[in-house]
Ligand binder design. Structure first.
Ligand SMILES: NC(=O)c1ccc[n+]([C@@H]2O[C@H](COP(=O)([O-])OP(=O)(O)OC[C@H]3O[C@@H](n4cnc5c(N)ncnc54)[C@H](OP(=O)(O)O)[C@@H]3O)[C@@H](O)[C@H]2O)c1
Length: 271
């Protein structure tokens, strides 16, 4: 089984033009994909079509013969509504992708009555600024060519890696929900600055850039965060005093527990 088109101008149809669907549509369009999008709200589609090279479509079933990939970006509870009119009509040459949280690949296959390649992906909200962290799993029917297409799709909005499906709840707990944890960190650092007398707007800029710059350093140097931390920790200095406080109050244990709790919640919601 081969996909029709893996050239940069592959055509994708996105169903759901909300936060994630719109981010994917923009990222893919900017990367040279031909993008069509469908949403029950014609205004949302029209806005994307007006601003980007994206085609708004009212009848997804009519597009099926022309697409390389179909991407579901609706809420999990809307899967059956969008899948029913398409069930049994998708060619095995089309790659089906779902980003629906907590929705197993088998549920997508069943809802669509589809035996071809399906990729389940968990991106995060940073997709809107082309900086998503995505983990993906594929079913047995997914060809190597289709996996390459899935990689190209998610690398258009950030980074993407493969993982076994059973670990996608953990991915949800780490990078899916992770932006919310870091927003709290930025907010708390800002408040710390305000408490020490820095004007709020400046404190917010300093906190945000500190988180961004620190993440970039980890990424670009490839060094273990502990090494980078040691590099900025002067004996007897300010940083080690703060680190002692953070250790004392259990910052690391708290974050580990946050990922664990969110992972368990993701699994519980599916059941
Ligand atoms: N947001 C995240 O951080 C994130 C991260 C990873 C994965 N996800 C997953 O991504 C999916 C989309 O999330 P989101 O935040 O983008 O949701 P969203 O903003 O609610 O977008 C979904 C869009 O699909 C529309 N829709 C609903 N039923 C439809 C139908 N039958 N046909 C066509 N369009 C329909 C919705 O309209 P209404 O507003 O009227 O419902 C909305 O415009 C979810 O399954 C979520 O689990 C989200």
């Amino acid at each position: 089984m081969a996909i029709k088109d893996t050239a940069p101008e592959a055509t994708v149809l996105i169903i759901g033009a909300g936060n994630m669907g719109a981010a994917l549509a923009k990222g893919l369009s900017d990367s040279g994909f031909r993008v069509a999008i469908h949403d029950i709200h014609s205004g949302r589609m029209a806005e994307l079509a007006d601003r980007h090279k994206i085609r708004a479509v009212t009848d997804p079933a009519a597009e099926l013969a022309h697409i390389s990939a179909l991407i579901f970006c609706v809420k999990p509870q809307d899967l059956s509504t969008v899948a029913t009119p398409l069930a049994g009509k998708i060619s095995a040459a089309t790659l089906v992708i779902s980003i629906l949280a907590g929705t197993p690949i088998t549920s997508v296959e069943e809802a669509l009555n589809f035996k071809g390649g399906v990729v389940r992906a968990m991106p995060n909200i940073a997709a809107t600024v082309h900086a998503a962290a995505t983990a993906m799993s594929a079913n047995e029917a997914c060809t190597d060519q289709q996996k390459i297409l899935a990689e190209r799709i998610f690398r258009a909005i950030g980074e993407a890696d493969w993982i076994k499906e059973s670990l996608l709840d953990a991915v949800t707990g780490l990078s899916g929900s992770g932006p919310a944890y870091l927003y709290m960190v930025i907010e708390a650092l800002t408040d710390g600055g305000v408490k020490m007398g820095i004007p709020r707007a400046l404190a917010a800029r300093l906190a945000t850039q500190t988180v961004l710059g620190s993440a970039l350093l980890v990424k670009e140097t490839g060094l273990h965060p502990a090494i980078l931390r040691d590099q900025v920790t002067t004996p007897g200095g300010t940083t080690i005093s703060a680190i002692h406080e953070l250790e004392d109050r259990g910052l690391r244990a708290m974050l580990i527990s946050a990922v664990e709790t969110a992972t368990k919640r993701s699994a519980a919601l599916r059941k």
